[in-house]
Ligand binder design. Structure first.
Ligand code: FAD
Length: 360
């Protein structure tokens, strides 16, 4: 079960290593956290729902709290300190496109505002209901997770849009394919959410951002259904996909999406390299990009992120490696570059060698 006031599953804990606590104390001063508010206290602030009854709508305080906020620092602080003032009036759980249509009709008749809800990983307040005189319906796609079709000739997969990252990759993997879209919120964020927020993944350098992966799909809107055909590049008029990409739930609910998939790579590995300074690191990244080396990921951390990453890992060998780096002149300005190599075995070997040669 998902945590109600933070990231992750209640059964998975991430204890902060003592070295990391020392480091945080050094940087932020003595830590004296205010105790978290209990769930019961926050639940007691949920007021009476203003929505009429509907078989697909849950108006329990519990579900309304679970869909009240995203995952930003502001959201967490609000939840943990009981500063949550607005809640949706109900949460709908459709299973089909027809359910979504009927829920939009119901919301219209009830004078309600609708907030489509994917994985709830928004960090910009998308899914926070505005205190308002109109009821708010959160429309969760968590039951719409199926792979509907895999066209292996065109390499197009059609999914229900509520599918979250791991469920999507699992369904493709069993058929030998991958989408290759791995935002850091992969665990919970959904295909529909990625499309309407123009999401970018850790390996978008290889696979492309979501706008290159999204080939077409279906939207249920208060005015009816919009079908977007997966036509190849066209010179005729506007590209309707561009209207949907980044629409953040304002045009309607994406219920199905067709995405471009690829065969699973034969080989993949990630490597870490240190540079004495940001300038040297960014020069190397520019060199790799401009020489068109087919790496799948490049992530250069500045000195502060490098230090934080090393210390928060809490692993003893990382501490030893850190001391070794300092001895050879990689001091406080050092920067960590993580790069990934993904592809056929032959390409993998060559790229790894060329990248290492370019970085030395
Ligand atoms: C720890 C963490 C790491 C992150 N890393 C990344 C990253 O690497 N790359 C990145 O791009 N973003 C990242 N994000 C931001 C966030 O995960 C993305 O914006 C993601 O695409 C949101 O998807 P979601 O399914 O959770 O959408 P939600 O948060 O549920 O909704 C976001 C918006 O999309 C709308 N929406 C959702 N589903 C639909 C649908 N089916 N139809 C219509 N509208 C819909 C909602 O109404 C809302 O406006 C991160 C967030 C966190 C908390």
């Amino acid at each position: 079960m998902k945590r109600w006031n933070g990231w992750g599953n209640v059964n998975t804990d991430y204890p902060v290593p003592s070295s990391a606590l020392d480091y945080l104390t050094k940087r932020l001063g003595s830590l004296d956290p205010i105790p978290d508010c209990t769930k019961e206290t926050v639940l007691s602030a949920v007021s009476e729902s203003r929505l009429p009854a509907h078989p697909l709508v849950d108006t329990s305080a519990e579900e309304r709290l679970m869909h009240a906020r995203g995952q930003s620092m502001r959201d967490w602080v609000g939840l943990r300190y009981g500063r949550v003032k607005s809640f949706p009036d109900g949460v709908a759980f459709p299973e089909t496109d027809e359910d979504v249509r009927s829920l939009l009709k119901y919301a219209k008749e009830a004078g309600a505002r609708v907030i489509p809800y994917g994985g709830g990983t928004s960090v910009v307040g998308h899914i926070t209901p505005c205190p308002n005189d109109k009821p708010v319906l959160s429309l969760s796609l968590e039951k719409m997770t199926r792979l509907l079709d895999l066209d292996e000739t065109s390499r197009l997969a059609t999914f229900q849009a509520g599918v979250a990252g791991p469920q999507l990759e699992e369904q493709l993997k069993s058929r030998g394919y991958t989408l290759g879209h791995f935002p850091q919120s992969f665990e919970y964020s959904t295909l529909g959410g990625w499309i309407v927020t123009r999401s970018s993944g850790q390996q978008s350098y290889r696979y492309g951002k979501i706008e290159s992966l999204f080939a077409g799909g279906r939207l249920e809107t208060p005015r009816g259904r919009l079908e977007i055909k997966p036509v190849p590049a066209s010179a005729a008029g506007m590209d309707i996909r561009e209207m949907v990409l980044g629409s953040e739930g304002r045009l309607g609910v994406v219920t199905q999406a067709k995405v471009r998939v690829r065969r699973l790579p034969e080989a993949e590995s990630f490597f870490g390299v240190f540079f004495p300074s940001w300038e040297q690191g960014s020069d190397a990244v520019r060199e790799i990009v401009q020489s068109e080396l087919p790496v799948s990921m490049l992530r250069l951390s500045n000195p502060l992120e490098t230090e934080t990453t090393l210390i928060l890992s809490g692993k003893s060998w990382v501490g030893m490696a850190d001391r070794g780096l300092r001895m050879v002149g990689y001091g406080d300005t050092r920067c960590l570059l993580i790069f990934g190599v993904t592809g056929s075995r032959q390409l993998f070997g060559r790229t790894r060698r060329d990248a290492a040669a370019g970085l030395s």
